[in-house]
Structure formats: structure tokens, C-alpha cells
Design a protein. Structure first.
Length: 372
């Protein structure tokens, strides 16, 4: 009986198909595969791909996947290890990117050199969710070129399971006779490393005095015998594995390690440290500028920004996103410093022609370290 019924149904389907109008097809599935969420801008203007040039582990991969599902656009990501590497790559014309993620002082340099496109805030409407204190900063005073992404500090992490007594001072990192010699790591970043040395010596993180920079170089050379690695991309792994017990580190990277091991704490030294704000920007000549702006806006919907913050571990300038963030995280002073600590923090700024001096100091320091 079931077999007979199957053939009757099959015959009915074939008859109905034969009677269908010529050329009839199934309805097209919209790009993004479903009902329009309203978060994809004008879908008729979207490209199939955009190219993101970003710091490693600085966006939740799920957000890129969701954007592709929702809006039909694939986000192709390439990573860099320092602002200087990113700038050099863009200047060489080696690749065309739609979105870059420079830090504050590098934004200033890129604006001066005419490398960034003015943004259209009729597309990037979620700029409204930003805390006003992070808008119109010194590096983009008219907020023409950037969307604030994350802010953080660069202090040092301590594995307290091994380092049971420690000072709230850069001396923990720069003591050439440290009992933890060989178990210390430093960032591999010109401004960050020289900046930490300058702060420890009592100078500005933006000091351009050649004599002061020579002092910083000498300090770094003396310290180098105790440094296991200069690394900005896997220093969290070295901390987690116990290869190092003291690490010059960015806040968000520490937060990821701390989530797995609470014995690893973060210190903003009493001498102060660098504070930075990374930003989303679009290079002049970006091949998919409109789609890039839609993606910038997409990342700043409060729920999405909060999801991203949970992944990267850094502090978000998106006030509306904080509603979706664990209150304990918001109360963590290592991530969101209180005003008395914030007063000791220094922004990196464009040092102008002195950048060549910084590059020379860094090159000489690395050459000296290589010969040890």
C-alpha cells in the first residue's frame, strides 16, 4: 500500500511540474542566506570579500563568520606584529587592504602622510555608542578617519606561583641581576620597548633627546642577557607554559592568560606605563571601501562589540557594549584603570623626524643583543 501511494504521489509531482510556467525557478536566496537583519547596509553595494590587516588574535573569528552568513561578505584577515611593520607594508604597496588597525601615534603619522580615507558616518552610525572621552583624540581631533576599537596599557605580567615577592616597578624587568634571569620576555616593538626603558629612567615615553635615548639603549643592552625572547605574538604562550615568569605584555594578552591561570597577575608600574588606543581605519585606495565601512559599523553593535571584547580581552570604548560584559571584568582595574592609575599613563605620539633616531637606537640595540 505504501509503495502504491509513493507512485501516485510521484506521478502527481511530475504532472504539476509539467504544468509549471516556462522558465520558473525557485526564489533566489538573499546574500547572507536569510532575512535582512538591517546590519548589512545596502546589500546591492556590498563586495564579496574585504581584506583586514590586523593584530593577531584581535577579532573573534565567529564575528567574521557571522558577517559572512548575515551579509554575504567574506573577511580575509592578514596579521602584523607592530605598527611599524604595518606602515612599511602599506607604504611599499605590497598589498591592498580595506581595513587596518593602527594605534594612536601611527594614526597621526598616517593622517599626515595622507594614507587614510575620511569615513562616512551615515554608514558607520554606531559611532554613537562610543564613550565621548575616546572621541576626538589628539591623533584624530575631528574624528574624520577612525573608529575607536580597543584601549589598553603595556605593563608586565608576573607568575606569582614562581615570583612570590615582586615590586610594583619596572625594576622587576630591568634588573640585570634579576634572580629570574632567562625567564623574562619583552615585546618586540620599537616604541613599546624603548618607551618602557624611558619611563623607568624617568623620561617621557615620547622623549626625543638623543642622550636620553642612548641611556635607554644602554639599559636595554644590559637587560638583554636576562631576556629569553622579544615577542609580541606568542608571549602569552610562554607565560602559560612557564617558559617565562615575567613578561612585558599588553593588557588584553595578559587577560587571556589570566583567564586560564589566576596566579599570573598584571602590574601597571608605579613609574607609569604606556596607554594606547587601537583604531579601525580605511586606507586611501581601499578596493572595497563601502563594504569595509559596513563591517566597521557591524563590529560596533553593542552585543557584537561585547562578544568581541570577551574574546580579545581588551577594554572597549563602546559604552553600550558594557551592558553585555561581566561586571567583574568592568571592575577589574588592570583592564579599566581607576583615575589615579590613569594619571600615570602616557600615550605614544608621533615623534616626527625623531622617528629615524628611534629606528637607529632600535637597530643598534638589536645588533648588540645579537652579538651577545
Amino acid at each position: 500500500m505504501k509503495k502504491t501511494l509513493f507512485y501516485v504521489l510521484l506521478l502527481t509531482v511530475l504532472i504539476l511540474s509539467a504544468c509549471a510556467p516556462a522558465g520558473a525557478t525557485e526564489p533566489a536566496v538573499p546574500a547572507g542566506g536569510g532575512e535582512d537583519s538591517g546590519r548589512c547596509g545596502d546589500k546591492s553595494k556590498l563586495s564579496k570579500e574585504i581584506y583586514l590587516y590586523n593584530w593577531a588574535d584581535y577579532i573573534d573569528p565567529a564575528i567574521k563568520e557571522d558577517f559572512e552568513k548575515e551579509c554575504g561578505v567574506k573577511v580575509v584577515e592578514t596579521n602584523f606584529g607592530s605598527n611599524e611593520e604595518m606602515l612599511a607594508n602599506l607604504q611599499s604597496g605590497g598589498a591592498s587592504y580595506d581595513i587596518v588597525v593602527p594605534s594612536d601615534y601611527m594614526i597621526q603619522t598616517m593622517i599626515i602622510e595622507g594614507m587614510l580615507m575620511e569615513l562616512d558616518y551615515s554608514v558607520i552610525t554606531n559611532i554613537k555608542h562610543m564613550d565621548p572621552i575616546y572621541l576626538n583624540a589628539y591623533f584624530d581631533p575631528e574624528q574624520k578617519y577612525t573608529v575607536p576599537y580597543y584601549f589598553g596599557t603595556s605593563g608586565f605580567a608576573v607568575n606569582t606561583a614562581v615570583v612570590t615577592e615582586y615590586a610594583n616597578s619596572w625594576s622587576m624587568m630591568f634588573d640585570p641581576n634579576s634572580p629570574y634571569c632567562g625567564k623574562i620576555s619583552m615585546l618586540d616593538d620599537t616604541r613599546e620597548v624603548i618607551g618602557a626603558a624611558l619611563i623607568y629612567l624617568g623620561y617621557s615615553v615620547n622623549d626625543v633627546d638623543p642622550a636620553h635615548l642612548e641611556e635607554a639603549k644602554d639599559l636595554l643592552i644590559a637587560q638583554a642577557k636576562c631576556v629569553k625572547a622579544y615577542d609580541s605574538q606568542t608571549n602569552d604562550d610562554m607565560l602559560a607554559s612557564g617558559e617565562v615568569v615575567l613578561s612585558h605584555i599588553w593588557t588584553g594578552v595578559w587577560a587571556l592568560v589570566n583567564a586560564e591561570n589566576e596566579a599570573i597577575v598584571y602590574v601597571i608600574p608605579e613609574e607609569g606605563s604606556a596607554v594606547y588606543m587601537d583604531n579601525l581605519a580605511i586606507p586611501v585606495g581601499a578596493p572595497n571601501a563601502y563594504t569595509a565601512m559596513v563591517f566597521l559599523n557591524y563590529t560596533q553593535y553593542p552585543e557584537i562589540a561585547a562578544q568581541n571584547t570577551r574574546f580579545v580581552g581588551y577594554a572597549t570604548p563602546n559604552v553600550a557594549a558594557r551592558e553585555f560584559i561581566d561586571p567583574e571584568v568592568l571592575a577589574n582595574e588592570s583592564i579599566y584603570p581607576k583615575s589615579d592609575v590613569a594619571a600615570r599613563l602616557q600615550y605614544f605620539e608621533d615623534v616626527g623626524d625623531a622617528l629615524a633616531l628611534y629606528d637607529r637606537i632600535w637597530t643598534e640595540f638589536k645588533a648588540a643583543v645579537g652579538s651577545q
